[in-house]
Design a protein around this ligand. Sequence first.
Ligand code: BES
Ligand code: ZN
Ligand code: ZN
Length: 500
Amino acid sequence: MNLELIDAKVPEIQGAVLVLPAFEVKKGSNDLQSSGLDEVDRVSGGLVRELYRTGEFKGKALEALLLHRVYGLHTPRLLLIGCGEREKLTPALLGKLAGTAVRTLKQKSLMDATLYLDALMAEEGNVAEIASGAVAGDFEVHHLKTQEKDDKIFAQFRIAMDGGAAMLQGAMQKGKILGEAQNYARDLANMPGNLLPPRELVEKAKELARQTAVQVDILYRSRMEELGMGALLAVAQGSEEPPFLVHMVYEPDSVTSPIHLGLIGKAVTFDSGGISIKPSDGMEKMKYDMAGGAAVLGAMRAIAALRPNMRISSFVPIVENMPSGKAMRPGDILKSLSGKTIEVLNTDAEGRLILADAITYAKQQGCTHLVDAATLTGAIAVALGYEHVGLFSNNDAFSAQISEAAKAAGERFWPMPLDDEYKEYLKSDFADIANIGGRWGGACTAAKFLEEFAGDTPWAHLDIAGTAWLENPKPYMPKGPTGVAVKTFVELAVRMAHRS
Ligand code: BES
Ligand code: ZN
Ligand code: ZN
């Protein structure tokens, strides 16, 4: 998608479609609360007010109405998209609005649009979110359908304003980078287990490193054995596919900050459950059990482009979890890289095993702050549905920083508890810790397990099992991978670099 930010007044706007955000207007009110809408209403001889008056258009969030040949406009079509009440407008909603515009128009093979922002809306945060939302809205999951035409890529998306576009080019660029990073992560998460086994995901990571000049170090099985990554290795041992740990380092131009942020992402390219095998119903979804790792790679891509002034490393343990004659068994006791022993009571609780060693390794590499993203538990979806990422942390200040970053990035995170009582759920009679905590509080006990390995290092865990995949399409997003956490990771990195 080609993005452009231009100065133009409403009647001058060229191209196939003019897109206008339109607020919810109180019944009987004559105030459209938008100079763009006022202008269209004026040149068209009262069309917009007429639509509101008859109730054909209400301005509800993401309500879309496509009109033809509106008098006084240069564009042959006008697309009104609702954005709810003006007082409640957020950059995130404008991002969704841009995505809705792209998806609505694409369905009708209209691949060229200009979204007009009035002077009140033309500011940095809005422009960045609109750019990222438009790019994210262009994402499709049909690459592997042979009959589907691949020309369904939106050609040109312009953001127009009455003046000052030059000042906001940077914001648009940032949004574009974020949207593309999100889509990159979604493409990876959508790849099935046969087409993206660990060795192929590693190739993707290497390619990313080549393209971005981020340093990369790949740990192979032999190195893991030398180091003693017994937990990570055990998960991989049932598969024909060897495990990898992708370690990337982004170095800023000058290191002035003492902070070294470590991003960690679970990448199980397919999770069958292992010997504690999953029911076959829905097992195909476990191709996205690497969405956390994909989000980390996507974030590194954007970070390399935005160049925040802070050292940032990433750690992505990559495995396939399979049952076989060589697979780890329930009852096995593993020695993790930290030295702690782990009793495996369920081989389907594999994410925490690979993360345990990745977290320990990240600390050994000198990271001062850690955040992991993982499709870790079905229980987080029981707790929060598909709406919120579960946010766990051993450090309130760090957790607050992450919440703020998420808010700015338009992603919904919800703080979850990590009380010491949960530790008792993980008691093992035979090892230092068990890898499951029983029936209740599954997302909390999984997080508590990880905390054991994070220790005192400020750390946060994002359980994205409920949010990494969208089951019911939204006007701005098709069914499939969401790329959740990419934007928050990048926003967090930029903010931490700025503060320190
Ligand atoms: N990958 C799954 C979690 C998951 C579930 C991700 C649904 C996405 C959607 C994870 O490895 C797993 O199987 N967790 C188990 C833990 C249990 C054995 C304690 C679960 O959630 O059932
Ligand atoms: Zn599992
Ligand atoms: Zn899993």
